[in-house]
Design a protein around this ligand. Structure first.
Ligand code: FE
Ligand code: FE
Ligand code: ZN
Length: 283
């Protein structure tokens, strides 16, 4: 069965129940959310009654909690060696893991980080140090999914080799997985017209079983542009046929697919995009 959903809100007052209701309004059977605004650190206490009600709603409507994804905020940057920023990022990531565990979800997507001038190698060693510090103190089963990035600015994670180097350095390997993002792969220079080839290369370098989430986005920019601007499904340079091949890829059929395409004139595109994908999917 196709497991498809989108990014949804997590708002004051309705919290997780509101997120589930939003996902259901799109005809989705999974979803992804931020536990607060992605660009700040204000996080409200989790209301366990609300979580319980959300679980009831999920169960009644066929949303499996094991397919729900939480996205860590962008302000976490584990690659930055500046002592204050590094400590802040580690602490925030620790708190975020606790929140995901309190919700009862399994996956936290994380951007590996930007080296902001210290270079890829130092950046990667900072990320490894941070992940080991954080995971050493954390006894939950929440898995951190490193997202493949477009390579904008000094972003780390623009190729499979960089992600592999990070994983190699982490002690608790069972706590690390990968989230691939189609827009980011395209913008990083991977030719998705040959998705089988891309997947083969991923499998050789990292291992395909490590892919736990896929962000399905078209791209506003051409291959290798290092831009990271998402486009609506079928409206960008990747195109509908290629995105459908990725969505229907048999080797990734149990992996949750999440749309992060842009709103169109303030209106969410997800209901239409999910129904388009469902109508074309062979699953
Ligand atoms: Fe992301
Ligand atoms: Fe993404
Ligand atoms: Zn992106």
């Amino acid at each position: 069965m196709l497991i498809i959903g989108s990014h949804v809100g997590y708002k004051k007052d309705t919290f997780l129940v509101g997120s589930v209701e939003e996902a259901l309004s799109y005809g989705a059977n999974t979803f992804m959310f931020y536990t607060g605004a992605p660009q700040n650190t204000i996080r409200s206490k989790i209301d366990l009654d609300n979580v319980k009600a959300a679980y009831k709603l999920m169960e009644d409507n066929g949303i499996d909690k094991n397919n729900v994804i939480v996205h860590a905020p962008y302000i976490i940057n584990l690659a930055n060696g500046d002592e204050n920023k590094f400590n802040f990022s580690c602490n925030f990531l620790s708190e975020e893991l606790k929140r995901v565990d309190t919700f009862g979800f399994k996956y936290l997507v994380l951007h590996p980080g930007s080296h902001v001038g210290c270079g890829v190698d130092v950046g990667i060693s900072n990320i490894i140090k941070a992940l080991n510090l954080v995971l050493d103190k954390d006894n939950s089963n929440v898995m951190i999914l490193l997202e493949t990035m477009a390579g904008k600015g000094s972003e780390i994670g623009k190729c499979f080799e960089e992600i592999k180097s990070i994983i190699d350095g982490v002690s608790k390997k069972d706590r690390i997985g990968v989230c691939i993002d189609t827009c980011h792969l395209n913008d990083a220079g991977y030719d998705l017209n040959n998705f089988n080839g891309v997947l083969e290369s991923f499998d050789k370098i990292i291992g395909i079983e490590n892919i736990k989430c896929i962000h399905i986005n078209d791209s506003k920019n051409k291959i290798d542009s290092h831009k990271d601007r998402h486009e609506n499904i079928g409206k960008g340079t990747i195109g509908l046929d290629t995105l459908m091949k990725i969505i229907d890829c048999d080797k990734l059929k149990d992996v949750p697919k999440i749309l992060e395409t842009p709103y169109i004139e303030g209106i969410s595109p997800y209901k239409e995009e999910i129904s388009l994908i469902r109508s074309l999917s062979k699953q």
